[in-house]
Design a protein around this ligand. Structure first.
Ligand code: GRG
Length: 300
């Protein structure tokens, strides 16, 4: 099943469902006080999204586990990375940042619940991520490592730092290296942590962790290159978010710097680099390889 496209599609569907259920369990119920905050948190997280980060966590765990992984710990790690992602989208969409009204085909959280609740929902999703990791049924030393990896990836030397550089770069002529440095933080750091956490919770060896990291760095960059390509080649209905925003905001992108064809060639080179990086994982890395293909060849 591992090698076939149909097998991979069912694995992706099963992973998406598994992540959805784990997220639904981890989030506070809507009928718990304060209702509007909990409704906003569930609205931000459930019923949408490709769940790429949880898939990276599950596939990395599967690739490195000897004798079956720890399902509860993998679920907690998958929940944690998706909660951080959801928080970043809620805050990114707010008027003080990207100011967007459409996300995952629905009104953004601040449009639906107001700015103050959106701000709090993002904050609370972020802290819930660390609560989930803190409760993992694994050796305490591994839990501490996982907490450090996720905190660093989300913070000022990771995603939040990348967002700050992005906000500063509007209207500026960034070079390719500066653009890459920004994306390695803004989107790459969390994707990298998603794979790392899968390895950590199943007790991956240092060689396995190094292979996962090389893979995740290539995939993280490829993800952003493809995001820039889709911003010009796909429409808003397919993306479930506003298309063409980067050009409209005069933001530097891989397409604006390299042109469409060279950006597509770069995505393909990164896909191949991702495959090469996981060669040391042998047959266990098949899901990760298929996931790299999905990330580069996706249409939304
Ligand atoms: C607000 C601290 C803070 C950070 C925001 C990641 C981010 C930083 C903002 C998201 C803005 C954006 C559209 C970035 C481009 C790449 C990206 C992360 C796209 C959205 O991720 P997907 O495609 O979304 O995985 P789904 O909805 O499928 O989960």
């Amino acid at each position: 099943m591992t090698g076939s496209r149909d097998g991979f599609s069912s694995w992706m569907a099963a992973c998406g469902e598994r992540a959805e259920q784990a997220l639904a369990r981890a989030l506070p119920e809507e009928n718990a006080v304060p209702h509007s905050l909990h409704r906003a948190m569930r609205y931000a997280v459930l019923g949408g999204g490709k769940r790429v980060r949880p898939m990276l966590t599950y596939a990395a765990g599967e690739a490195c586990a000897s004798g079956g992984g720890n399902d509860a710990a993998l679920d907690a790690a998958a929940v944690a990375v998706e909660l951080i992602h959801a928080y970043s989208l809620v805050h990114d969409d707010m008027p003080c940042m990207d100011d967007d009204v459409l996300r995952r085909g629905r009104p953004t959280v601040h449009v639906e619940f107001g700015q103050a609740t959106a701000l709090l929902a993002g904050d609370a999703l972020q802290t819930l991520a660390f609560e989930a990791l803190g409760g993992m049924p694994i050796a305490p030393g591994l839990t501490v490592q996982a907490l450090q990896v996720l905190a660093a990836a989300a913070g000022s030397r990771g995603m939040a730092g990348g967002q700050a550089i992005d906000l500063d770069s509007v209207g500026k002529a960034l070079g390719r290296e500066e653009l890459e440095a920004m994306h390695r933080l803004k989107t790459g750091a969390l994707l990298r942590a998603s794979a790392a956490l899968g390895g950590i919770v199943v007790g991956a060896s240092s060689a396995q962790r190094a292979a996962l990291d090389g893979y995740a760095q290539a995939v993280g960059l490829a993800f952003q290159v493809v995001d820039d390509i889709l911003d010009v080649t796909a429409d808003s209905a397919r993306l479930g978010k506003t298309a063409g925003k980067d050009a409209a905001a005069d933001k530097p992108t891989y397409v604006s710097i390299l042109g469409l064809e060279e950006a597509q060639a770069l995505a393909e080179r990164l896909r191949q680099a991702a495959h090469e990086a996981i060669a040391p994982l042998g047959a266990g890395g098949a899901r990760l390889a298929a996931l790299a293909d999905f990330i580069v060849l996706r249409d939304r």
